[in-house]
Ligand binder design. Structure first.
Ligand code: NAP
Ligand code: HSE
Length: 432
């Protein structure tokens, strides 16, 4: 049996408490499988008096998490506080600078400071485990860093935020409104401390930045991810998508091409029959196109206490087995700049919804703009009749230049008969 892995656990919230319980409840299984005991020696959270239903008698309590990272006799600090700055950052910097490994579920931290932290880790021959930071219980970091190591990945995409996928699914299946479903996601422990990050695509953007770095050997760079969330998606769009044969999913997509790496998070319509379209609820999925493996699709729960704690333990098992890999797959000096591509000007197909006054001549105005911008329509729908009142008009386009469709949208907005900001969603045809 190897020496025990001594853990200082920072944060005892949804994920931290689940990690604490797993380490206590499954100690025999872990000893058997890892060849070493995993032992929590110190913990820190904001409020010592909070009722947690955890037995903390045998562990040292620290009010100051940074002090714990420095002075406790742990050999690994597990950071489960969250946030890209402040205590989470200082805990990780302190742990690495004092010779400890770190394990974290904090994608916000790594998407912004991942390069500097990886540099610290490299210099001290320590490691950063972050399996829990991307897609909860899906072992996607291990898949890219180990299982798919032979492959040059040209493109990856996926559903990377459990909360927004849960919201879109419940809106579609139960006809529930956005706010009600968001509250459920918060109660179930899926949402971030600031749920805005889930809804506005930032959380998925953080995760995409990490996957891109690993897959393409580039510095993680959240600032070059173009991000749009789901707050503009209405039940009406979900219903029209269904009628047209699509599902709306918040997708993170990274492509590498001659002009650089393109990373985007945005709501997309994908054909209903694709496996990715049927990944529902809190589930996440990631698809890769490997040059040797061909397509690979991974699916599992993307948030919640159990799946995330399971991923934290996977990182601890690596340490118990003496496995320390470079944070982003290659030594830090070999990471390239992502060379972010400029605005996405590629051609694509689009869904456009206008709320227009139901009166003669409106279609002619819309058609004139489409002709002027050389946008070719595939289908147009107006289901309801309400003379003189607003009705939805829905169009899908053939392949069209993105700049042209954006110009057409601007022109639609300026028509007197268009009563709301037009809604536009890209129709993606990504394969898996
Ligand atoms: P959470 O429930 O809000 O827990 C945060 C914990 O951090 C709490 O125990 C809190 O203490 C503690 N804390 C806050 N400020 C602190 C400070 N200054 N010093 C020490 N402890 C402090 O958050 P969570 O959902 O467990 O998320 C933790 C991390 O996991 C985040 O990075 C999140 O993005 C990531 N993550 C979460 C999920 C999920 O499904 N929830 C999934 C994947 C990744 P008190 O308990 O005393 O308030
Ligand atoms: N808030 C995140 C989500 C947690 O909903 O996916 C998992 O990272």
């Amino acid at each position: 049996m190897n020496n025990p892995i001594k853990v200082a656990l920072c944060g005892l919230g949804t994920v931290g408490s689940a990690v604490f319980r797993l380490i206590n409840d499954k100690s025999e299984l872990f000893k058997r499988r890892f060849g070493a005991e995993i032992k929590i020696v110190a913990v820190s959270a904001r409020d010592k008096c909070k009722e947690r239903d955890l037995c903390l008698n045998d562990v040292a309590w620290f009010d100051d998490a940074i002090e714990m990272a420095e002075v406790s006799d742990a050999n690994v600090v597990v950071e489960l506080v969250g946030g890209s700055e402040g205590v989470a950052l200082e805990v990780c910097q302190t742990a690495l600078s004092t010779g400890k490994d770190i394990v974290t579920a904090n994608k916000a931290l790594l998407a912004v400071h991942g390069f500097d932290l990886a540099k610290l880790a490299d210099e001290g021959s320590r490691s950063i485990g972050y399996e829990a930071a991307v897609a909860g219980g899906i072992p996607v970091i291990k898949a890219l860093r180990e299982g798919l190591v032979c492959n040059e990945v040209q493109r990856l995409y996926g559903i990377l935020n459990g909360t927004s996928n849960f919201i879109l699914t419940e809106m579609r299946n139960k006809g529930l409104d956005f706010e009600t479903v968001l509250k459920d996601a918060q109660m179930l422990g899926y949402a971030e401390a600031d749920p805005e990050f889930d809804i506005n695509g930032v959380d998925a953007g953080h995760k995409l930045a990490l996957l891109t770095a690993l897959a393409f050997e580039t510095k993680p760079d959240f600032s070059s991810v173009s991000v749009e969330g789901i707050s503009n998606i209405s039940e009406l769009d979900i219903r029209f998508a269904d009628e047209l044969g699509y599902r709306i999913k918040l997708l993170g997509i990274a492509r590498r091409g001659p002009e650089g790496t393109q990373q985007s998070v945005r709501p997309c319509m994908i054909p209903k029959e694709l496996p990715m379209a049927n990944v529902d609820g809190v589930f996440n999925a990631i698809a890769f196109q490997g040059d040797d493996t061909g397509p690979v699709l991974l699916e599992g729960r993307g948030a919640g206490a159990g799946p995330t704690a399971s991923a934290v333990i996977a990182d601890l098992s690596d340490l118990a087995r003496g496995l320390r890999l470079p944070t982003f797959g290659v030594p830090i000096k070999k990471l390239k700049l992502g060379n972010p591509a400029l605005e996405d000007t590629a051609v694509g197909r689009f869904y456009v919804r206008l709320m227009v006054l139901d009166r003669p001549g409106v279609f002619a105005e819309v058609a004139a703009i489409l002709r002027e911008q050389d946008v070719s329509m595939e289908a147009i729908l107006q289901r309801t009749r309400a003379p003189g009142a607003p009705v939805p008009v829905v169009m899908t386009t053939h392949e069209v230049n993105q700049l042209a469709i954006k110009k057409a949208i601007d022109q639609f907005s300026s028509l007197d008969t268009v009563l709301e900001e037009p809604r536009i969603i890209k129709i993606e045809n990504l394969g898996l």
